[in-house]
Design a protein around this ligand. Structure first.
Ligand code: ADP
Ligand code: MG
Ligand code: MG
Length: 203
């Protein structure tokens, strides 16, 4: 059964933009604590560009929407997160090509997206990056999902888990031990990406 339509994919991007706007100050504060403070702005700028790009275009598939989003994020976001999210959405777009997006395909897309972040960012689980969240969401989609809110909950728990980790990749790693005690900004924005997805999937 199709769970994500072409229109749903567009809604997903619009909903991400709204969430980034609503939470810009929080994302900024998180990145001020362990990075350079631009994550909120990076996300708002990136997803505003994406929304503007896809708004007036008629796409033939979910894959095409995500490909367009991926290119835009990679091109328009200066920080590390832009190309990484770009890579992730591009990997999903490849998995979704010529397919109806049912739960199995969606899961496969998210697993491949996580894998692409891992490769591109050269990260492992527990490095305190967005990969921690993407990996975990891929895992949870393995099981039969009765309630999409469960996915949001797992995701939220994972963000909390990043708090006590020491960062070993990205800017936060410059702080070493001092990065402990703060939630990773990219994990937080990834949560909003999945929260937005859950909202669209619930219809
Ligand atoms: P920048 O660090 O360049 O200012 P952002 O502030 O937009 O970029 O994004 C920071 C987030 O990007 C981090 O919180 C982390 O989740 C993620 N990140 C940074 N470097 C990597 C990496 N090598 N692999 C995976 N994720 C990374
Ligand atoms: Mg930053
Ligand atoms: Mg920066």
């Amino acid at each position: 059964m199709t769970i994500l339509t072409t229109d749903g994919a567009k809604q997903w991007m619009f909903s991400i933009k709204e969430r980034m706007e609503k939470n810009i100050d929080q994302l900024t504060a998180l990145d001020q604590a362990i990075g350079d403070g631009d994550h909120g702005l990076n996300m708002v700028r990136g997803f505003t560009e994406v929304s503007g790009k896809i708004n007036n275009v008629t796409y033939g598939s979910v894959s095409d929407v995500l490909k367009s989003a991926a290119m835009t994020l990679s091109a328009k976001v200066g920080g590390a997160s832009g190309p990484l999210y770009g890579t992730a959405f591009l990997a999903m777009s490849v998995v979704f090509q010529d397919k109806e997006v049912d739960q199995q395909v969606l899961k496969q897309g998210i697993v491949e997206a996580a894998e692409s972040i891992k490769k591109r960012g050269n990260v492992e689980l527990g490095d305190k990056t967005m990969y921690d969240v993407w990996f975990q969401v891929g895992e949870v989609l393995d099981s039969e999902i009765e309630d999409w809110n469960d996915v949001a909950e797992v995701c939220q728990a994972m963000i909390e888990d990043t708090r006590e980790l020491e960062a070993s990749k990205g800017r936060a790693s410059y702080l070493g031990n001092q990065s402990k005690g703060h939630v990773d900004p990219g994990s937080m924005s990834s949560f909003y990406i999945f929260e937005a997805l859950v909202e669209v999937l619930k219809g």
